[in-house]
Design a protein around this ligand. Structure first.
Ligand code: GLN
Length: 494
């Protein structure tokens, strides 16, 4: 593997500006790495022509002295983002053959900043999953392995391809989306950094919708500085998304001083889960000590409604999904199934949706329609919305008490073997136990790699911040990253 693909965005930016490397060279190095890594199943549509064209344009721009931070930086784009003229399938069979005639705002923002798209990345179908196993393309694989075992591990989900590609140095960074943890959980499973910004910070326009009140895009990067740089380029107000916030975007990278003296960090007692591996407990305690040593005040806090978060999420997210996915009917959207003589419109819908959606998506659509149906709406959907309000209030209360950020584990375990949880949806859903609260409350959350378990697999810690204070959150994450000193890389076997 070329050393070039291992660069962070910040290092590559400086080298590009200094004329020590060209975007064309960086891009070729990534394209070669990608071609050698098919075993990881990370890239599902490669776009070398687009990459070379954008790299040449970036090199010209840099030469002319116009070099925004992402100019010439090769990145991967999750398949959930619509990219003009490039297949955008949300890893679903039902979107087979769909090539959008428009570009998502986030990927357009990245292109405007000069980023070079290398291709589209694997994910769970419609971003539903925690292991990247529901993808129509087949699963992505984690570049990390446990000890001497050759067993294939999940990179997490739903942004599993993004995580695998960044961890394996196939690209410098990637986009992800996070509805209940899909940026933070795969980042934790692969030893990289991932931030879900405040709901409304990034435009959702042109991103295939899963659960619209929870979905947010965010960067998946090699370190915290890169997360700051890339988030800056991705976000901003977009009149095409009515939930996008009309706020000026602060300079996130400038916020990275590493100074967290006087900050107050909350440790929520409800996140101490029964049956959590001792190593995660230890990591959490170590992270707490690191922040304390860096000058933060540590306070025990309570977020009493935490235990209702997963059940509420698994009512609200499927409800919104069932409504969003109604458009894939083989007429307005979606690949229509082959019909038999005498089939009417009902058979057309049934066959199209039965063939086009995988089993997890079908399960969500059925749960969603059930909880929204006339007889059950109040018992499930409305109750879940009330619980959501209480969860949000738990956070508002601790922020009102002066808490600046909250430290928790990112996941209840390290990466597990592919296939191990696939037939047990409840077990699979538990992966998000520490992350869904953040989506339900619309808050920013970041996962930072902080250590290895005894099998040598990466573990992440999560920091949750106040709404719209991503700069402050990134700075606390930066202090944690510096103290943790995580430098692990997977050994190359692919
Ligand atoms: N794993 C969660 C789910 O399956 C979250 C997915 C996501 O954040 N997109 O719904």
């Amino acid at each position: 593997m070329s050393e070039l693909t291992r660069l962070t965005i910040a290092a590559a930016r400086d080298a590009l500006r200094a004329g020590e490397v060209t975007s064309a060279e960086l891009t070729e190095a990534c394209l070669t790495a990608i071609d050698g890594a098919d075993a990881l199943g990370a890239f599902v549509h490669k776009t070398p022509e687009i990459a070379r064209e954008r790299a040449a344009a970036a090199d010209a721009r840099i030469k002319a002295g116009d070099a925004p931070a992402l100019c010439g930086i090769p990145v991967g784009i999750k398949d959930l983002f619509c990219t003009m003229g490039v297949p955008s399938q949300a890893a679903s069979r039902i979107l087979e053959g769909f090539t959008p005639e428009y570009e998502s705002t986030v990927s357009q923002n990245l292109a405007d900043a000069g980023a070079v798209m290398l291709g589209k990345l694997n994910m769970d179908e419609f971003a539903m999953g925690s292991s990247n196993e529901t993808s129509v393309y087949g699963n992505a694989v984690n570049p990390w392995r446990a000890g001497n075992s050759e067993a294939a591990l999940t990179p997490g989900g739903s942004s599993g391809g993004s995580a695998s590609a960044v961890a394996a140095d196939l690209c410098l960074a990637a986009t992800g989306t996070d509805t209940g943890g899909s940026i933070r959980q795969p980042a934790a499973f692969t030893g990289i950094t991932g931030i879900k910004p405040t709901y409304g910070r990034c435009s959702r326009w042109g991103i295939v919708a899963f659960a619209s009140s929870l979905d947010q895009a965010g960067p998946m990067t090699k370190d915290v500085r890169d997360a700051a740089i890339m988030l800056q380029a991705m976000c901003g107000h977009d009149p095409k998304d009515s939930t996008s916030a009309d706020l000026t975007v602060p300079d996130f990278e400038a916020a990275l001083t590493g100074d967290i003296k006087g900050k107050t960090i909350g440790i929520p007692k409800e996140y101490r889960m029964e049956g959590m591996p001792a190593e995660i407990e230890t990591l959490w305690a170590d992270g707490t000590a690191m922040l304390k040593d860096a000058g933060a005040r540590i306070v025990d806090i309570s977020l009493p409604h935490t235990k209702y978060a997963l059940p509420a999420y698994y009512v609200i997210a499927p409800a919104e999904a069932s409504s969003n996915l109604a458009r894939y009917d083989g007429v307005r959207y979606g690949r229509r199934a082959a019909l038999s003589q005498g089939d009417g419109i009902t058979e057309m819908y049934e066959k199209t949706r039965a063939e086009g959606f995988g089993s997890e998506v079908q399960r969500r659509v059925m749960i969603g329609t059930y909880v929204l149906s006339a007889g059950f709406y109040d018992a499930y959907y409305n109750r879940a919305r009330k619980v959501r309000t209480l969860i949000k209030k738990d956070f508002e209360d601790v922020f009102a008490q002066g808490i600046d950020a909250i430290l928790t584990p990112a996941t209840p375990s390290a990466a597990f073997e592919l296939g191990k949880e696939f037939d047990d949806p409840v077990q699979m859903y538990l992966n998000d136990v520490f992350t869904v609260t953040v989506n339900l409350a619309g808050l920013p959350g970041i996962s930072v790699p902080a250590g290895l378990d005894k099998q040598g697999l990466p573990l992440g810690l999560q920091l949750i911040g106040r709404p719209w204070e991503e700069g402050d959150l990134l700075n606390t994450a930066y202090a944690l990253e510096r103290a943790a000193g995580f430098v692990g890389k997977p050994a190359q076997w692919w």
